[in-house]
Design a protein around this ligand. Structure first.
Ligand code: ASP
Length: 349
């Protein structure tokens, strides 16, 4: 650089390129903490339970330093078996609000317990319309054990939240290096780190050594303009010898809706069919799904004519969340039925 022309060229370049500031170049993510095993720490000396904040959790992932600007927020700090539709909806509203006001964020990560993760993530998937990624991270093993899966799952969620290829993929769940669509993911094992699966529909992608890789795009995504949720929606699984007792109980206790996991293709014994009829006459919105893990129900016209809704191939938990959200938007049966058709990929009805 001793040549005078080269030196002045270098000076011009330095002056004309804007200062490389971290804030203008580095992607920014908001990590929202809600509790669960991923934040279920314990004091290493006293062994006393001590729940970690979102900031504590981010501190466990030093590998992200310098690559992502992370902000943290503690929304709540509960075990996810204590989640309710109201809390889930408030979380959805909070994320919608963040996206409305924060154009600078690349995406949002939510840490959550595994127990009701398949429900919360799907509820947010039904509400949120922003193309930016929302990725849930959870853990089967708490941070106090040396082989906790939490920090890796959180790191992968943050990497996904800043990946341009993760936009328009709906709400996702990051565990065990896998990325799942909220629409299909289920917790299929009580303790295993590979507990989260998407059945025959398959996972969306993976995060491998920091690379966010997609194999599939989520299909059959439905968004519902709900202003609230209807928490009085029950889920009943039919068993051999079922007399429809719990359906009758839902009517007596003034539920607004009920999802019934019926046999196979949607079959019900006579006493249950009578209870369903009573529930419809009492004004409950009734959705029938299958108690089998995969496959659609196909209901007879005689049943559909009474306003009973086909839940297509949604499992009971997802169908209950959809009905909870749908009833926060409308009471119109054909509109709700149409959302179930769309969520089931049935577009020729
Ligand atoms: N009890 C925990 C929960 O909050 C379980 C977990 O996070 O894995 O769901």
């Amino acid at each position: 650089m001793s040549h005078p022309r080269l030196a002045s060229l270098a000076l011009i370049l330095v002056l004309s390129v804007p200062a490389f500031s971290q804030t203008s170049k580095t992607p920014r993510v908001l990590v929202i903490g809600t509790g669960g095993t991923i934040s279920g720490g314990a004091d290493p000396v006293t062994g006393q339970a001590k729940s970690l904040t979102a900031k504590d959790l981010v501190a466990l992932v030093p590998t992200l330093k310098g690559k992502v600007e992370i902000e943290e927020e503690d929304f709540t700090n509960i075990g996810s078996s204590s989640m309710t539709p109201e809390i889930q909806f408030r979380l959805a509203e909070r994320v919608a609000d963040v996206f409305r006001t924060r154009a600078d964020l690349s995406g949002v990560v939510i840490t959550h317990g595994t127990d009701s993760l398949e429900e919360t993530s799907f509820l947010l998937d039904l509400i949120l319309t922003d193309p930016r990624p929302v990725v849930f991270a959870a853990a089967q093993r708490p941070p106090r054990v040396s082989d906790s899966d939490g920090p890796r799952n959180l790191e992968n969620a943050v990497r996904t939240a800043i990946a341009p290829q993760a936009r328009d993929k709906g709400v996702m769940v990051s565990l065990n290096e896998d990325l799942h669509a909220a629409r299909y993911v289920t917790k299929s094992h009580a303790v295993a780190v590979e507990a989260f699966q998407s059945g025959k529909k398959g996972m969306l992608g993976t995060v491998d050594n920091g690379h966010v890789i997609f194999y599939n795009a989520p299909m059959n995504r439905v968004t519902i303009p709900a202003r609230s949720v209807e928490p009085r929606v029950d889920l009943v699984r039919l068993v051999a010898g079922d007399q429809g007792k719990f359906i009758n109980f839902a009517v007596e206790t003034k539920s607004a809706g009920i999802v019934i996991e019926a046999f196979g293709r949607g079959n019900m014994p006579r006493p249950v069919a009578d209870a369903v009829d009573r529930a419809r006459k009492a004004g409950l919105v009734v959705v029938i799904v299958s108690r089998t893990a995969e496959g659609r129900v196909e209901l007879p016209d005689s049943l559909l004519k009474t306003g009973v809704i086909s839940g297509e191939d949604l499992d009971g938990l997802k169908a209950r969340i959809l009905l909870t959200v749908a009833l926060g938007a409308t009471k119109d049966i054909s509109t709700i039925q149409n959302w179930f058709h769309l969520a089931g990929g049935v577009i020729d009805k």
